[in-house]
Design a protein around this ligand. Structure first.
Ligand SMILES: Nc1ncnc2c1ncn2[C@@H]1O[C@H](COP(=O)(O)OP(=O)(O)OP(=O)(O)O)[C@@H](O)[C@H]1O
Length: 594
């Protein structure tokens, strides 16, 4: 339960709402108890008046008595109505305070989790799957809200109402109180157990639902592959299996739910029967009045919901504690990529790797081994190598997505760890290998990486990335929507949009990770030529499989299995007749064939 103490800071923040809510609860319960007393008074008044009426029946006095009785009953009826309205009004205020408080905390908690998500490093996202991340911010936060809202509201209601009602009952008769309350603990305990079964089965349904959503989402994303391989029937068969599983679990829940309500009704009925039977005997003995029985039946009915709620609240709290535990696990995660000196300076762009090694923490893959190279500010370096040789890992280390596990990376002569992370990244333009564009307009996608970008800058970036003509061919130009409901760009167009996004912010360091793989050699040359112009005085790191992307660079390194096997300029490497030359000849031949 200590997990829930994380929420105390929020309860403290909204204490005014909570305190007001408790006050409104007390007042509403006061107006709930009073009608029971009025009913007792009304019944006793009617029975006594009738007894008197029978004595004077037929005479003038009889008529007067009857009229007075009628007026009395109407006044008492109006009184009950007014109190019910007042109770309703205060219940409205209770919900407006406590439930509103829970919604506000839900909002704050969701934001807290999301801010934490944004702060956590890339390695965190490799460790946890997307479904899990989504569930904690939606499902788990909702369960915690159930504790903060209905849980606290009904819990406090129980604590307030119980003493008030029992006090009133004891005032009338202790023995009758005892018998009337006898079945209630049984009610509470059985509800607790049934509720646990319900929760377990609901959880199973939830899991089955999320597996069904994952299945359908994958089927929709991969619809091209499904159709191309004529696997539609197979896909339907698999969906039916998931759907069958979901139906089976839902029916199991319906079964328990069907038992639940009759059980409550039976136990409440038992209480009422006991009250009427014992109460009836006491009326015969002259210990209590008829009105007291009616009053008691109302009290018993008033107590049944809070008692039912007790079992319910207990399981809500248990579920909320389990959810909060999961949330706390993420909130406690520390970002190990932090700046040591928070240096807030403009970069020149000199990059130096000294004996840098890197092993991926989750898989243990040794991706880089003793890598050393230097790029002067304003120069360009090309990294060439086979797949899996560690090229993207170098890009990840320059952007500090990970920290090197050995050796030292410095920028402008200072350790990369000294710079404020946001400052370092905001001066680095990164074109990732797998392009990601948001469901937004193409203009907004290009402007994504920086604030206050002008329309002219966006147009210039699109021109430099050789994308401008394509954009102008779209009916809405820069306002053309991309993504699920928008148009789909070709692979090469996507890459060029991604390049435009990186260069629009005028970065001091530009990293292009295989960013020209999907464009033809002519477009590649156009983009490289524009880059030479715009990257003047800035540093570029060009990662590629293709020699054609590398040949213009001031320096080229050739990687193989995490190690540098050759380095130099295009000319020196060609003269060397090594791996680079071999690659060059092979790709030249390929181009000629094309
Ligand atoms: N996030 C990761 N977790 C674990 N291992 C990884 C991760 N990313 C890459 N690796 C591994 O590290 C090695 C180097 O990968 P890297 O992506 O740097 O290669 P690359 O040269 O960029 O390859 P490609 O040209 O195919 O993109 C590979 O063996 C790869 O399997």
């Amino acid at each position: 339960m200590k997990e829930l103490s994380h929420l105390n800071k929020y309860l403290l923040k909204y204490k005014l709402l909570l305190v007001l809510g408790i006050i409104f609860l007390i007042v509403s319960n006061y107006f709930a108890i009073w009608p029971a007393k009025v009913v007792r008074y009304a019944i006793d008044y009617v029975t006594e008046s009738f007894a008197l009426y029978h004595v004077f029946e037929g005479g003038n006095l009889g008529g007067t008595l009857f009229n007075k009785l009628e007026v009395g009953v109407v006044i008492l009826g109006i009184l009950i109505l007014v109190m019910a309205l007042l109770r309703g009004f205060f219940l409205f205020l209770v919900r407006q305070t406590i439930i509103v408080m829970s919604r506000k905390i839900e909002y704050d908690l969701k934001n807290e989790v999301y801010v934490q998500y944004q702060n956590l490093p890339l390695s965190f996202y490799r460790k946890n799957n997307t479904g899990d991340l989504m569930n904690r911010i939606s499902e788990d936060v909702s369960r915690v809200r159930m504790y903060l809202g209905p849980g606290i509201m009904y819990g406090i209601n129980l604590l307030v109402l119980f003493p008030m009602v029992i006090y009133e009952m004891l005032k009338v008769n202790a023995e009758l109180t005892f018998y009337a309350l006898l079945p209630l603990p049984l009610l509470s305990v059985s509800i607790y157990f049934v509720n646990n079964v319900i929760n377990k089965r609901s959880e199973e349904i939830q899991q089955s639902l999320s597996s069904m959503s994952t299945f359908t989402q994958e089927a929709f994303s991969g619809i091209r592959v499904i159709k191309a391989f004529v696997r539609e029937k197979d896909s339907v068969k698999n969906f039916l299996k998931e759907s069958e599983n979901y139906k089976h679990k839902s029916l199991r829940l319906v079964f328990v739910n069907s038992l639940f309500h009759p059980l409550i009704m039976a136990l409440i009925g038992l209480s009422v029967i006991l009250t009427i039977y014992i109460g009836g005997n006491q009326v015969i003995d002259g210990k209590i009045s008829y009105g007291n029985i009616a009053e008691f039946v109302i009290y018993v009915n008033m107590l049944t919901w809070p008692v039912t709620a007790l079992g319910w609240i207990t399981s809500i709290i248990q579920m909320a504690a389990a959810s909060q535990k999961r949330i706390n696990e993420f909130l406690k995660e520390k970002n190990d990529i932090v700046s040591e000196k928070n240096l807030d300076v403009e970069l020149n762009g000199n990059i130096k790797f000294e004996n840098v090694s890197f092993t991926y923490p989750d898989s243990g893959t040794k991706a880089l081994k003793n890598i050393s190279f230097e790029v002067n500010a304003g120069e360009s370096i090309a990294i060439i190598g086979t797949t899996g040789s560690g090229k993207s890992t170098i890009a990840n280390l320059i952007g500090r997505m990970y920290d090197a596990t050995g050796g030292e990376i410095s920028i402008d002569g200072r350790s990369i760890k000294d710079y404020r992370l946001s400052k370092l990244r905001s001066q680095t333009g990164y074109v990732p290998q797998d392009v990601f564009l948001f469901s937004d307009s193409i203009g907004s996608n290009i402007a994504f990486g920086a604030d206050g970008i002008s329309k002219e800058d966006i147009i210039q970036a699109a021109k430099d990335a050789d994308l401008y003509e394509n954009i102008m061919d779209f009916p809405k130009g820069f306002e053309t929507m991309l993504g699920e409901r928008g148009i789909t760009l070709s692979g090469g167009q996507k890459q060029r949009a991604s390049i435009a996004r990186a260069i629009v912010r005028n970065p001091k360091i530009l990293i292009m990770d295989d960013a020209l793989s999907a464009v033809d050699t002519n477009t590649e040359n156009t983009i490289l030529n524009s880059l030479q112009r715009i990257m003047k005085g800035r540093t570029s790191v060009i990662i590629s499989h293709r020699v054609s992307s590398a040949k213009l660079a001031d320096k080229i390194i050739v990687l193989d299995d995490g190690e540098i096997i050759e380095q130099g300029t295009n000319e020196t490497l060609l003269a060397k007749n090594g791996v680079y030359k071999e690659l060059y000849d092979k790709q030249l031949q390929q181009e000629e064939v094309d």
